[in-house]
Structure formats: C-alpha cells, structure tokens
Design a protein. Structure first.
Length: 262
C-alpha cells in the first residue's frame, strides 16, 4: 500500500529575509511572480522578524498590479507575529499589535548591549545602528542594520555566536522571548509572542486549520526564530535562500493549480 500524499495547503506561509529575499533586499521578479500565482489560489502569509516598513519595501512594492482580491488573501505578520496586518481594500492596516512596554524595551536594549560587549560581539564600526526598537520587538543586528549580505553571512555561518548571545540575554530577561533571527540578529518580543503565536492567530482569524498550512523558513533549527512554527506542528520546509524557496514553489504551484480546479 502506498503512503497517502499530503493534502494541498490552503495557506502557504514564509519567513522573509533569506527565505523570500536576501536580507533587507527586494524580492526577485521570480519570487514576485510566484507569490502572485499563489495568491490566485490560496492564502499567503509572511511572518518575519522584519518591521512593517521592510515588508512594504521588500515585498508589497514589487507585487505589480495585484488586485484587491489577491491582496485580501495576503497576511502580513512583521516582528515575528507580534503585529498582524490585512488589506482593507485600500491599504494594509493593523489587526493587532503587541508592543513592548518602555521598561521591557529598556531592559532588552541594556541586556543586548552589555552581553554583546562581554562576549566580544559588539562591532565598533557597524553599518548603521546595531540596536533597533521596532515597537513590538527589539532587534540586535551584529554588524548594523545596513550591513552588506556577504559580510552578514560570513559573520556567524555556524550560528554559534548568535546562540551564545541569545542564551546570555535570555538569562537576564526571563519575562521576554529571545530568539536568534537572521544571519546576524537577535529578536526580543513579549514571552509567548513568537511565530507560533502568529500562526495560531492566523488559524483563528482565517478559519484555516494549522494542518492545512505549509511554511517555508531558513531558521527551523532549534533556537532559530522559525523553529516555533515547526514545533507547533505546521508542515515546514527548510530552505537555504530565496533560490531554494523558488525551486520549491516551482514544484508546489502546479499541485495547487490542479487542486483548485477539482
């Protein structure tokens, strides 16, 4: 007896940086076309440590003439799902936002700087700011927010530096969630407000069960900020970069088209 094939997902979700696009860069036309094709047949979600501005500049600005019906199927969850935006027919507007308190932000910023300095991971000549207040998330970017991709990927290829820093900072912030993000980043949010929270919110607000979702991410390793999605039980596919994601979507899209016509 042959094993049954997985059912076609009703919602396809993605991380952003290093999954749909190089870090802080625009999506490639190939990915843009694939996202448009997905939006014609299923819901699509993007859930990432990036802020709302990055979502708009990296993705939304490159979807061409996507119509209101397509955009209504697009769910944006910046800052690891601590915010959720939907299209209201005119623009993407907030459904919810779980902002950190001033005290939580102060504690997170202090812990990140002091522990990075103690571990020898504070860059004296960064490309832009190392610490960023994203409202619902504090983000540490080891080489600065504007560091070139090649330098970022060379900084910590094994992930060991990020894990050491994450563990040190987490020990000082028991009431907050601390996770390794992109190739040089650490993301801090409210405890329990991570990508698993965001995916659960999607299920509740769309009526699409988690079993009918499929997720693509580059940080599905334990401790990575995509791992909570995998741990939640959502079908997840690990990718190395946007090229890998595009290849996976080339295989997925024909199956969705067939399912939609049945």
């Amino acid at each position: 007896m042959t094993a049954s094939r997985p059912t076609a997902p009703r919602l396809v979700a993605f991380d952003l940086d290093d999954t749909l696009a190089p870090s802080k860069s625009a999506i490639d036309p190939r990915i843009a076309a694939q996202l448009r094709a997905l939006l014609r047949v299923v819901d699509v979600a993007i859930i990432s440590g990036g802020n709302e501005t990055q979502f708009r500049s990296q993705v939304i600005a490159h979807l061409g003439d996507a119509d209101a019906a397509e955009l209504a199927r697009l769910h944006l969850l910046p800052t690891c799902g601590t915010r959720y935006l939907r299209h209201d027919g005119t623009d993407f507007v907030a459904v919810y936002a779980h902002d950190l308190s001033d005290d939580e932000k102060t504690a997170a910023l202090l812990a990140l700087r002091e522990e990075a300095e103690r571990l020898g991971l504070w860059e004296p000549n960064p490309w832009g700011e190392i610490l960023e207040d994203r409202g619902s998330q504090i983000t540490f970017s080891a080489l600065g927010q504007q560091a070139p991709g090649a330098a970022k990927h060379a900084w910590d290829p094994s992930g060991e530096k990020r894990l050491r820093l994450r563990d040190a900072v987490a020990a000082r912030l028991p009431g907050l969630e601390v996770r390794a993000g992109g190739s040089t980043s650490i993301d801090i949010t409210r405890a329990g407000i991570d990508k698993a929270y965001g995916m659960t919110a999607l299920a509740e607000r769309t009526g699409i069960p988690l079993d009918d979702m499929l997720f693509y991410g580059d940080r599905l390793d334990e401790g990575g900020n995509d791992y909570p999605v995998l741990a939640l039980g959502v079908r997840s596919i690990a990718v190395a970069d946007w090229h890998s994601t595009a290849d996976e979507l080339d295989a997925l899209l024909p199956t969705l088209t067939v399912a939609a016509t049945r």
